[in-house]
Ligand binder design. Sequence first.
Ligand code: FE2
Length: 362
Amino acid sequence: MSQDTFPIRKVDHIRHYVGNARQAAYYYQHVFGFSITGFHGLETGQRHEVDYLLEQNDVKLLFTAPIRPGHPMANAIAQHGDFVQDIAFEVDDVDWAYNEAVKRGAQSAHEPYSLEGDEGSVRVASIHIYGDTLHTFMNRDKFKGHFLPGFQTRNEPGDPIGIQEIDHCVGNVELGKMNYWVKWYEEVLGFSNLISFDDNDISTEFTALMSKVMASGNGRVKFPINEPAEGKKKSQIDEYLEFFGGAGVQHVALRTDDIIHTVSRLQARGMEFLTVPKTYYEMLSDRVGMIDESIDELAELGILVDRDDEGYLLQIFSKPVTDRPTLFYEIIHRKGAKSFGKGNFKALFESIEREQALRGTL
Ligand code: FE2
């Protein structure tokens, strides 16, 4: 194992910029079962925007919305729709991380500063990644409060469905830019390339894409990066880039220890998922061998299975959760497997293409 040249503890939270944070919070509380645990807005002295913090086990989501006309955040939302604007990291030393990243070529978004409050201070700094997305570095070792100074603690529990942590976050970048960002993650944040997929792995009759999975030094942060590849028709990545207005976060994978429970609850609450043809399940045991779950139950819910050298994984992909065909979620349950479901790509992309055809964007 090579030395970790850029220590990152873990993903701290994912921040979404949205048009209406109160309603976004309600959706994530009532569909995904997150609890609303923090608030920062007019009532807590924040005059121009509002934040809602939601949590379930190790997953923290922050929803931020502008509350004044002409707010610069509103321009970004007008461009992209509601979107993932920041994947924030917890690090040991924010000043070191920021200075080192900038020295290695990152573009600065915010120089290090301290947020101060009665319960201590939190050090924060940010750098730009693809599109309008940031990585924020933060450290709250000198903070006794809950999330950030200024936040009011809220206790509005959701009904949790077993979501444990963020497994990976996927970025879609422009044609020809995948290797640029692979190199950027290697050089700036000391990540390494875990797995690569080319258009032979990820292609259907019509469309193709390429993907490389980047992982942080301690292996806890995993970021696949996709770019479109030449196909007969428009790929799902091209569709994303067109509707999003450039590069951005395509999906966030949430890890569960009981995918049947998690997905049944999501479906009961109205979450829609991509489906694969019934023939997928007829061939399943030949492809993946013995598994603990009932294949009938998996077929009923539309859960996919793949095996690698270390075990197997179960996964399912939602339809986009925004009006634009941009951000979606994956629910993943790992039983030893550390991979990303390559064996499901073809069945899955045919499913995405059926949805694209319905949208008239294939
Ligand atoms: Fe994924």
